[in-house]
Design a protein around this ligand. Sequence first.
Ligand code: NAP
Length: 293
Amino acid sequence: MRPDLTGFTLAVLGGDAREMYLATELAILGASVRVVGLPLPATPQVVICDDIVSAVEGTKAIVLPVPGVNEKGQIYATHGTMPLYLSEETLGRVPPGTPVFAGVARPVLRELVRRLDLVLVELMDLDHVAILNSIPTAEGAIMMAMERLPITLHGSEAFVVGFGRTGVTLGRVLHALGARTTVVARSPAQRARALEMGLRAVSFAEFPEHIHRADVIFNTVPALVLTAELLRRSRPGLLIIDLASGPGGTDFAAAERLGITALLAPGLPGKVAPKTAGRLLAVTIAEYLTGAR
Ligand code: NAP
């Protein structure tokens, strides 16, 4: 049964195409939604606000975009004409205990929420959300590789670095496409899972002996793993799609020096499947608020 948000007033602050679908879906689920910084049409259930204060006052929960706020407190927003800032004063308009949803939270947001005694819900920390989110991520990464590689993925040597929620999905889809897929993972259990799935698996210690085979490397490890030393052993024409958060896991300067195309690819679900991604987040928020999960 779909969760029912009738009677809930929620504030959606900033975001991109994904949050437009998220806000729309929250309204479909019955909520009254107050929106700032998104070009949505006003409807009886979607109120467009000029500022954050009028959006948050009296709301049951605050929904921030997946990337949350940056170190200056600026809310990620691709559509608004004015930058949106989250301050202690504006966020303090809601009572202690109010949930604040974001995909991921930087220290600035954590500290604000802690000081005001609000409840921070990091949606990407929830396993089921991260797993479902890995589907559009993998599709987007494969789309990028197809656009840039001069060969088919079928028959190519594809490496997946890191074998968590995103890596497993990517490995499965690459294998299904006929790519000769090698997983690089530090955990013996993850390497065993890769073998069970019919993939090759190597440790980081073994990686230098194998990287020369790679046509394309998808990195999902949010730490520097594709180092200059390692990249020097790669073959000409290598493509790197780096999916990891923050600065990624690639020495991009070294890649450039070596003539390797290395692309940092953040936020793929919001780019390639904003409707799927927005709906997933809306339903997860609704389930949280109604205690359905
Ligand atoms: P995850 O389930 O935690 O998997 C991370 C993988 O990286 C695991 O295999 C983990 O190994 C490994 N790892 C972490 N730190 C490592 C290190 N220092 N050295 C070697 N291996 C390490 O995470 P996920 O959900 O798959 O997400 C992976 C990354 O992709 C995150 O940074 C996430 O923010 C990002 N992401 C990006 C997009 C996008 O659109 N670009 C979409 C979704 C997620 P252990 O299990 O041994 O720790």
